[in-house]
Design a protein around this ligand. Structure first.
Ligand SMILES: C[S@@+](CC[C@H](N)C(=O)[O-])C[C@H]1O[C@@H](n2cnc3c(N)ncnc32)[C@H](O)[C@@H]1O
Length: 475
């Protein structure tokens, strides 16, 4: 057998296994209304969280996507621009490994062993990595999942071929690798096969260049040679109106263009494992509003393609290296259930903020696994005033205890606040964010809100670092 061995893989001749001892998953905050188990954003180490999911979610995820540290040796940051123009930079995570590749491989092996147990029999695993560790991870994945479960090695264009590397004699390292494994050999992907959709350039007449018009279909088409289509297949395609008889007498196959909602003509086609089209464009070419300022963030288009391919609405998706929360945000928008885990405070703060600003999400829960709650270092003040059948809550102050708050100086304390949440019918249990007060683009954060309230009202004010203060307002 060919095997990848690292120092620490075996102890007394037995493969070292990660602990499967579950720890309590402690809920901290509930969002959204509606029945059913909430989706989960878990703050904590990936193995502690994964082991804790096993009792309830073993073989329960139809897709697992991970974008772990790549063994870059780098340090990564999260950047925020505050209301008053100040920029806040904070540490996000370190990708350094004291014991080098041995430590990295032990970390990845432990993670993958637990993920395998959480993957459904017809589930698919996506492991995002790059040239630094992809050779090792491929061998490790073959060992853990079986070479017969290997499905694809996707090359995704992470960045345009520009800059220092492009100018050097070395070829630009602009591609990432995404390995795809199924839990069971031969299991079909549950969703729709990915297709790419490219806008077709227009010619001088304003028509799609190189395309012909099909009167019967009312659409433009391009053609390709018949290739290895048999005569029987050509006869079938002819019945479907998909054969073009060229003036030369040659037979060609028609590929119809699709008119997009934006009025442009698009060419849809099945894709292979080279992903460099517009739908999965690098983050720097995506709309600015998508950029959460988190180093190593992946674009939503990439995750949307993966999740549409591997899952159906209602399926469960797991990502134990959530970062800025791309997987959770896309899963929520595509009506998939999700669990996202990250150990970093900046990652959890970013994912939480991202989910809070989604319109009407299905219920989700912020939870912690492992070491308990951090000390509370913020204090807020608010007033509650009756307003007809409703109440108005007004934030009147937000304070930081101690010098080392991590917050930059600002003219008014409201610039520190990211958003605030209201539990308008607090039942004494987990804080339930029934209402959210967020900034509209380019506008100041509202400091007052009026709403119908029953009994106890609890307000949670969250600052730009994800730190919070909770205030109870009695009647
Ligand atoms: C490459 S980033 C993920 C980026 C993410 N895909 C996105 O789109 O924003 C890797 C993440 O792994 C997290 N991480 C590192 N070690 C971890 C651990 N032991 N448990 C959980 N998360 C960890 C880091 O905090 C970081 O957010």
């Amino acid at each position: 057998m060919t095997e990848l061995v690292w120092r620490g893989k075996y102890l007394d001749g037995r493969r070292v296994e990660p602990s499967r001892e579950p720890s309590p998953i402690t809920p901290r905050e509930r969002h959204g209304e509606g029945p059913g188990e909430p989706d989960l954003l878990i703050e904590g180490d990936r193995c502690v969280a994964l082991a804790s999911l096993l009792p309830t979610h073993a073989a329960g995820f139809q897709a697992v996507y991970i974008d772990p540290p790549f063994d870059t040796g780098g340090r990564f940051e999260a950047t925020r621009r505050l209301d008053d123009g100040a920029t806040l930079r904070r540490h996000a995570y370190r990708d350094t490994w004291g014991a080098g590749l041995d430590a990295y491989l032990a970390f990845m092996s432990d993670t993958l062993v637990l993920l395998r147990d959480l993957l459904a029999p017809d589930g698919a695993l996506f492991v995002h990595c790059d040239w630094r560790a992809n050779a090792y991870l491929r061998v490790l994945l073959d060992e853990l999942f079986g070479a017969s479960c290997f499905r694809n090695e996707i090359a995704w264009r992470r960045a345009p071929n520009l800059g220092r590397q492009a100018a050097s004699r070395q070829l630009g390292r602009t591609l990432d690798t995404i390995f795809v494994y199924s839990k069971t050999a031969g299991a079909a992907f549950r969703g729709e096969a990915p297709r790419r959709s490219d806008a077709v350039a227009l010619d001088a007449r304003g028509q799609p260049a190189g395309a012909k018009w099909d009167e019967a279909r009312g659409a433009f088409f391009t053609t390709a040679p018949r290739g290895d289509y048999t005569d029987a297949s050509i006869a079938r395609l002819r019945e479907e109106g998909r054969v073009h008889d060229a003036a030369s007498g040659r037979v060609a196959i028609k590929y119809f263009l699709r008119r997009g909602d934006d009025g442009r003509w698009y060419k849809d086609q099945p894709i292979d494992a080279l992903w460099d089209d517009a739908e999965v464009r690098p983050l720097r070419h995506c709309p600015k509003r998508e950029d959460m300022g988190y180093d190593t963030q992946k674009p939503e288009g990439l995750l949307a393609r993966i999740l549409r391919w591997a899952t159906r609405p209602g399926d469960r998706v797991l990502d134990c290296f959530s970062g800025s929360g791309t997987t959770a945000a896309v899963a929520a928008q595509l009506d998939r259930r999700w669990v996202a885990v990250d150990v970093g405070e900046a990652a959890i703060a970013t994912t939480r903020r991202r989910l809070v600003s989604l319109p009407a999400p299905r219920p989700w829960m912020l939870a912690t696994v492992g070491p308990g709650a951090r000390p509370v270092t913020r204090r807020a003040r608010a007033t509650r005033t009756p307003a007809g059948d409703e109440v108005t809550v007004t934030l009147t102050d937000f304070e930081v205890a101690g010098e080392a708050s991590g917050l930059p100086p600002v003219a008014h304390w409201s610039s520190w606040i990211d958003y605030w949440l209201i539990d308008a019918a607090h039942d004494g249990g987990v804080f339930h964010a029934r209402r959210r007060v967020v900034r509209a683009a380019k506008e100041a954060l509202p400091l007052a809100a009026t709403f119908a309230a029953r009994g106890r009202v609890v307000v949670r004010v969250v600052d730009v670092l994800g730190e919070e203060a909770t205030v109870e307002l009695s009647e």
